[in-house]
Design a protein around this ligand. Structure first.
Ligand SMILES: *Cc1c(COP(=O)(O)O)cnc(C)c1O
Length: 229
């Protein structure tokens, strides 16, 4: 008997493959992150059984509680706004921090990573649509931030992340995804040491298919797998 979560995952994977086919992309280049924030550990285990290995959480406390309960090949991604005083703790559990939204935060990551002799993979969060309510660098600030953060030896910039606006029709977010992609291309062209732009974290339950068509390599799907929060 397959669970509802397993059914949902199957559906999401089918849609991912269709979006890849439409845009001529290899499905292996897109990874599904199951956003499990607020959900109980049993749900994460069900998703794991159905093949999920990447999980997204937005609170350090929650990652710290859940990560030790999961099989050792489960990976946790920090996707929420991160306070500087929580950096030390998140480094123990997260494989990537998607939400680096200030140079000060990156500096703190550098400090803690150096102490632990870690190289921390991060994405810079960009507030592409310039929404008041959202964190992230303004698009025109990203290049300067990359230049500064690239000098931090224990912080590895792997790409960009955005949270697109809530919209009725996912097509409305296509320009947002196009813009993040273009920014990553512009940064990549500068060939900065210690910076790669291979990762684009964009697309959620409502708009991940459009995001894939526009170049997403990581999509973050919560409701579409685990149901309403
Ligand atoms: C909650 C959340 C998601 C998942 O949202 P859904 O609409 O439930 O898929 C993705 N990204 C971030 C940063 C989130 O906080």
């Amino acid at each position: 008997m397959s669970s509802l979560i397993a059914e949902h995952m199957k559906d999401v994977h089918a849609r991912m493959e269709a979006a890849c086919a439409r845009s001529g992309r290899d499905p292996k280049t897109v990874t599904l992150i199951a956003v499990s924030k607020t959900k109980p550990i049993e749900d994460l285990k069900e998703a794991y059984e159905a093949g999920a290995r990447d999980f997204g959480e937005n609170k350090v406390q929650e990652i710290s509680e859940k990560a030790p309960e999961m099989p050792s090949d489960a990976r946790f991604h920090m996707i929420g706004h991160l306070q500087r005083n929580k950096v030390k703790q998140v480094l123990k559990h997260a494989v990537m921090i998607h939400s680096v939204d200030s140079v000060r935060l990156a500096e703190q990551i550098q400090t803690e990573a150096e102490k632990e002799n870690l190289h921390v993979k991060v994405l810079l969060e960009v507030n592409v649509a310039k929404e008041e309510s959202k964190f992230g660098f303004m698009p025109e600030e990203v290049m300067d931030a990359v230049n500064v953060i690239s000098k931090f030896p224990n912080v590895q910039i792997c790409g960009l992340m955005t949270i697109a606006p809530f919209v009725e029709n996912s097509e409305e977010n296509r320009p947002v995804f196009k813009k993040l992609y273009q920014l990553s291309v512009d940064i990549d062209r500068k060939n900065i040491d210690n910076v790669t732009m291979g990762v684009l974290s964009m697309g959620m339950t409502g708009d991940y298919e459009v995001a894939i068509e526009e170049g997403a390599t990581l999509i973050r799907v919560g409701t579409g797998i685990f149901g309403a929060r």
